[in-house]
Design a protein around this ligand. Structure first.
Ligand SMILES: [Zn+2]
Length: 448
């Protein structure tokens, strides 16, 4: 594949850039048209790469791009999953280049979606093209690219159920995660689930003068902060009754296997520019992000935040709260536990509302599977070292659903690196990883 990449590189960039230039931001309704444009472009790219068939299939939300090449029904079938929607680019002033005008410099592609997930899904399209072009494709390949991953895939499970028959496959191949480092390739063998909520604390029926009422009427922002402060105990554990009831505790052997992944705390702190880390007592940093659940406030607002001073005692305070979950915590159940608890700790002087935003369950992938072994062999060949199994801290909500509905395991061959800062300003994707990913994927087909 190396040679093929060398010969077609410039065209690859142009094709990928045509996707990156479309601001397919699923979180904002104003981009509906961009979503459709991006899906259509992707379907064209699939056809050009050699698919027998590709379409923009409507769902209850943004369309799903479906494409396939059936070589022989008797052969194994690979279902490739990816997403063409991206995170909002804000804060715009932190970007060194236009988020939707991709550029190549310093050996990387820069722009929103360069990695997550347009860059990564594109590796699959090109590895497929290479296999088709060179007459090496010995699998049936199906592509399912959705436009709502970044908002929790609210409509994809229904679409999968409706298309269950044509999605039938032996494995669901996904590149939407990171590996530990270029020197330590890894394959994700589990991901955390998610419960995401928005809470609202309401005090007086209007904003008040903080001089006339301050000290006598409950300030919802003060109350919200106090409530949030109780959500962790002194050991860094989530202080919601029942939260840990179903958490699967890893065996000593499993923890040992995960500890094979190298981790340099000093480098980690330097990368983040922090003096110290914090988290649940009794667990390492990698365990805290991989095998343990957590709770974080993702946003908090209320009152006056404009220029200068406005002496106001606000009527409302809001926060968005995310909980990352591990097997066997169920997202729906945790959301209920949280809502009940949060309301129960509210003092009488305020009213509390809890709104469910999105959720999904975590999952585990068996490393004894044929697909895992093929991926490990492929990556060993490309990187010269055997990849280590790792546990990802993020969530791809819909993969647990894929497992349940289609009865197949996902396989996470992710080629992102921490340095790519996905979801943040200046997202990038290292060209070396972009090409190593294509090569690994092409070899995966060889060994699977
Ligand atoms: Zn992604």
């Amino acid at each position: 594949m190396k040679e093929y990449i060398e010969q077609n590189k410039e065209r690859f960039y142009e094709e990928l850039f045509s996707l990156l230039r479309i601001p397919s931001i699923s979180a904002k309704a104003e981009h509906k048209e961009d979503m459709r444009r991006c899906a259509e472009r992707l379907a064209v790219l699939l056809m050009e790469a050699g698919a027998d068939f590709a379409e923009v299939s409507p769902s209850d939300g943004n369309p799903v791009v479906y494409g396939e090449k059936i070589v022989d029904p008797a052969l194994k079938t690979v279902l490739v999953y990816g997403h063409y929607d991206v995170q909002p680019p804000e804060p715009l002033e932190k970007w060194r280049t236009d988020p939707f005008e991709p550029v190549i410099h310093d050996g990387a592609i820069w722009g929103r979606g360069a990695n997550d997930d347009k860059g990564q899904l594109f590796m699959h399209v090109k590895a497929f093209e290479y296999l088709v072009c060179t007459g090496q494709l010995r699998h049936n390949v199906k592509f399912m690219f959705e436009g709502e991953e970044e908002i929790g895939s609210p409509n994809l499970p229904k679409w999968i159920k409706a298309n269950k028959k044509r999605l039938a496959a032996d494995v669901c191949l996904v590149s939407d995660t990171t590996m530990i480092s270029e020197k330590v390739p890894s394959i994700n063998c589990g991901m955390r689930g998610l419960s995401y909520l928005e809470v609202k604390v309401v005090g007086p029926n209007k904003d008040l003068h903080s001089g006339h009422y301050g000290g006598a009427v409950a300030n919802p922002i003060n109350v919200l902060c106090e409530m949030i402060a109780t959500l962790h105990d002194a050991d860094g554990r989530v202080n919601v009754p029942g939260f840990y009831d179903k958490v699967v505790e890893l065996s000593r052997a499993d923890r040992k296997m995960l500890a094979r992944a190298p981790f340099d705390l000093k480098e980690y702190k330097e990368f983040l520019d922090i003096k110290d880390i914090c988290g649940e007592k009794g667990y390492t940093t990698l365990e805290r992000t991989g095998i343990r659940p957590c709770l974080d406030v993702c946003g908090i607002w209320g009152g006056y935040t404009g220029e200068g001073a406005k002496t106001v005692l606000p009527s409302e305070a809001h926060a968005k709260i995310s909980m990352r979950l591990v097997p066997d915590q169920q997202s729906g159940e945790i959301t209920k536990l949280f809502a009940r608890h949060f309301k129960s700790i509210a003092p009488k002087c305020v009213k509390v509302e809890v709104k469910e935003c999105e959720g999904g369950d975590g999952f585990l992938i068996p490393i004894s599977s044929e697909a895992y072994k093929a991926a490990a062999r492929a990556m060993t060949e490309v990187y010269g070292i055997e990849p280590v199994p790792s546990r990802g801290g993020g969530s791809i909500a819909v993969l647990a659903e894929v497992q349940k509905i289609l009865g197949i395991d996902p396989l996470l061959m992710g080629f992102g690196l921490e340095r790519d800062t996905i979801h943040s300003p200046n997202e990038s994707y290292l060209l070396r990883q972009f090409f190593a990913g294509m090569e690994s994927i092409a070899l995966f087909y060889k060994y699977y």
